[in-house]
Unconditional design. Structure first.
Length: 52
């Protein structure tokens, strides 16, 4: 399965989207404009923290 097929399958299988990176977290200084698309599918929360 290539990347395109994988993305199509995830887009078609809403029931599986919540399991993608189920225990993951991301630390970044980058802003994300749309958390409703791959790889987040609206299942992630944004928390802003003060940094060092």
């Amino acid at each position: 399965m290539d990347k395109t097929e994988f993305l199509q399958e995830l887009n078609n299988r809403v029931d599986l989207q919540k399991y993608l990176f189920i225990r993951g977290f991301l630390v970044t200084d980058q802003e994300f404009s749309d958390l409703s698309v791959f790889p987040f599918y609206g299942n992630w929360n944004v928390e802003k923290r003060g940094g060092i």
